[in-house]
Design a protein. Structure first.
Length: 269
């Protein structure tokens, strides 16, 4: 069990923000990442489609012999985690529960904001998880569909991004949130801008960071074993556009991507 890899998948390259946090916390682990670049974005697709993709992506990583699975995509974690836990027998972590836990524990005034893709926000998965943890919380959610392309364009502090962010965040500011959950893989890259706009008094919760903490607890709990190697590794598979993935992905990951393979999954598209 010790030497088996951890599988992580996302709709595309955004999940590399989750990989970055896992590498930071668990540098000795072997990681296998799958980015479904042929079918991204998931955040504007319907529930049944996302659940079908989630099942296929998970099956692929399970075939690679992973000891645990991380669904890095907030959209898929919102819409498909129940199905995956029912159909697959390995430990499966999503990003919703860790993010919701950190927000529920951290809020002082009990007013929490959540931003994510339209599918994540429509599913109300964060709201349900937050209220299950602390019934009295008030939750304001806002879909921010333009953030994903802006981040992929590299416009992390561009006037256009500022304008869009102001528009998206203003109802959350009016609601008086003191905690804001970054409920999408791409949003950690906007953290400095979002913090500036929300003000220092608002705590931003990075679901990727929280998930990495939860994974390291799981590995230390005896349910699974931590790798005893000094140096971990990262193997990446994508379903399309490997060059673009490498080019943009390295800024999400904060390191170079050496081991990248294009999968031929034509029959599934
Ligand atoms: N990975 C998705 C998420 O975290 C964002 C990109 C997409 O829409 O597929 O929700």
């Amino acid at each position: 069990m010790k030497q088996e890899p951890i599988g992580i998948w996302d709709s595309g390259l955004g999940g590399l923000t989750v990989v970055r946090e896992i590498r930071r916390r668990l540098p000795g682990e072997k990681l296998i990442y799958f980015g479904d670049t042929a079918r991204v974005p998931y955040g504007i697709k319907g529930r049944d489609t996302v659940r079908r993709f989630a099942r296929e992506n998970t099956a692929f990583l399970v075939e690679q012999g992973v000891k645990a699975l991380v669904v890095a995509c907030n959209t898929a974690s919102s819409l498909a985690l129940d199905l995956l836990r029912e159909e697959f027998s390995l430990p499966i972590l999503g990003v919703i529960e860790p993010g919701a836990r950190a927000a529920a524990e951290g809020t002082k005034n009990g007013i929490v904001g959540v931003i994510g893709t339209p599918a994540t926000v429509d599913s109300a998965a964060y709201t349900a998880a937050l209220k299950a943890l602390r019934g009295g919380l008030s939750v304001s959610s806002r879909a921010c569909p333009l953030f994903v392309p802006l981040v992929e364009e590299g416009w992390l502090d561009h006037p256009a991004t500022r304008l869009v962010a102001r528009e998206y965040l203003s109802p959350l500011m009016e609601a008086g949130v003191d905690t804001l959950v970054l409920g999408c893989t791409h949003y950690p890259l906007l953290q400095p801008l979002l913090q500036e706009l929300m003000g220092e008094g608002v705590r931003l919760v990075d679901s990727a960071e929280e998930l990495a903490g939860e994974l390291s607890e799981l590995l230390g709990s005896g349910e699974l074993e931590t790798s005893d190697s000094e140096q971990g590794s990262l193997e990446v598979f994508v379903s399309d556009l490997p060059l673009r993935f490498r080019q943009i992905g390295e800024s999400f990951l904060g390191e170079s991507i050496e081991n990248l393979t294009l999968l031929d999954r034509k029959e599934e598209r």
